[in-house]
Design a protein around this ligand. Structure first.
Ligand code: NAD
Ligand code: UPG
Length: 324
């Protein structure tokens, strides 16, 4: 079996994909510039090249030398408000860097590509449940930077018969490896569950609840939180699909049910054994009211079966990671 290249494999989600690939018996090589990642998140015997995916000479040599058959492309910049303040960083490190990587794949004959996309491509969707047919309409440069990469992949796959891809649109990724081998280290992360756990451990004074007047049962925004280990498994399913000759796909990744900000905060209270300090704050600009993934296609087309679909488990794994 070919070796899999995991770009951004020293990051939060990529490191869990490395663990899932190894559990499936696959050979893995990581390419990461360590701008936000950490070498310690991946097993010591996984080869890691420190470098930028946009460095075409080095990446080309890597693809050839390691006989890479599939690229899983996690590397990128991920902070939505930062993308509003510095859009060119996102068009460089997400869109342009992906263009370079895709071109290097075409030049070296790598025919399978699995891409980390995002629910941010939907912007503020008109319906509660989001299917892959829901119109895309990003509201941030981050979302656009990812949608442009999806478009490149579709165009390249149409032009090159030997190239197939799967774009996985992640909803809200959370939790940590149940065995404590990896978790989120991303600096300046803005994610609710990470911030709530940091607050529960006294590293932050208070958890802001951004907006309590939304048209939802408790007034706070609703999201579909997917355990990072289940998401990692989805990548192994995607790899198997492409290796069996399956066609290119765009797939939502979530569980299909949503929790409000307050419900998440209460789950952190339960995991921590005491209530964390919370304060109602104004709405955060650009937040959609409700984002829940219809993940029927992921289940039906890839045979994905979640193993940790439980908010209390997600939160307890995230809290255990923060306590480490
Ligand atoms: N975390 C989420 O909730 C979420 C949601 C939707 C999509 N995504 C996408 O998933 C992917 C992984 O996100 P994450 O949460 O693990 O973030 P992360 O910051 O933990 O990981 C990104 C990794 O990529 C590396 N990297 C960044 N730019 C690089 C470059 N040019 N060359 C080589 N390495 C580079 C970083 O050092 C880091 O290890 C990203 O593409 C992100 O857009 C994440
Ligand atoms: O301190 C906080 C942090 C967040 N929230 C709220 O919690 C919800 C979830 O926020 P967050 O965890 O920041 O996730 P999203 O803004 O939904 O975005 C995430 O999910 C997207 C996919 O849906 C990804 O593309 C993004 O990278 C990722 O940050 C939102 O209503 C926030 O307003 C708070 O109330 N207080």
């Amino acid at each position: 079996m070919d070796t899999v290249l995991v770009t951004g494999g020293a990051g939060y989600i990529g490191s869990h994909a490395v663990l899932a690939l190894r559990a499936a018996g696959r050979a893995v090589v990581v390419l990461d510039d360590l701008s936000t990642g950490d070498r310690n998140l991946i097993p010591a015997d996984v080869p890691m090249i420190v470098g930028d995916v946009a460095d075409t000479d080095r990446t080309g040599a890597l693809l050839r030398d390691h006989r890479i058959g599939t690229v899983m492309h996690f590397a990128g910049s991920i902070i939505v408000p930062e993308s509003v303040a510095d859009p060119l960083k996102y068009y460089r490190n997400n869109t342009a860097a992906s263009r370079s990587l895709i071109e290097t794949c075409i030049k070296t004959g790598v025919g399978r590509f699995i891409f980390s996309s995002t629910a941010a491509v939907y912007g503020n969707p008109p319906t509660r449940m989001v299917t892959e047919q829901t119109p895309v309409a990003p509201v941030s440069p981050y979302g656009w930077s990812k949608l442009m990469t999806e478009q490149m992949l579709a165009d390249v796959a149409a032009a090159h018969q030997a190239f197939r891809y799967i774009a996985l649109r992640y909803f809200n990724v959370a939790g940590a490896d149940p065995q404590g081998r990896a978790g989120q280290v991303t600096p300046n992360a803005t994610h609710l569950i990470k911030l709530a756990c940091e607050t529960a451990l006294g590293r932050r004074k208070v958890l802001n609840i951004f907006g309590s007047d939304y048209p939802t049962p408790d007034g706070t925004c609703i999201r579909d939180y997917i355990h990072v280990s289940d998401l990692a498994d989805a990548h192994v399913c995607a790899l198997n699909h492409l290796e069996k000759g399956g066609n290119s796909l765009v797939l939502n990744c979530g569980y299909g049910r949503g929790y409000s900000v307050r419900q998440v905060a209460e789950a952190v209270d339960r995991a921590a054994g005491r209530p964390l300090p919370k304060v109602e704050a104004p709405r955060r600009i650009g937040d959609p009211v409700e984002l829940v993934a219809d993940s029927t296609r992921l289940r039906d087309l890839l045979g994905w079966r979640p193993r940790v679909d439980d908010l209390d488990l997600i939160v307890s794994h995230a809290l255990a990671w923060e306590r480490r």
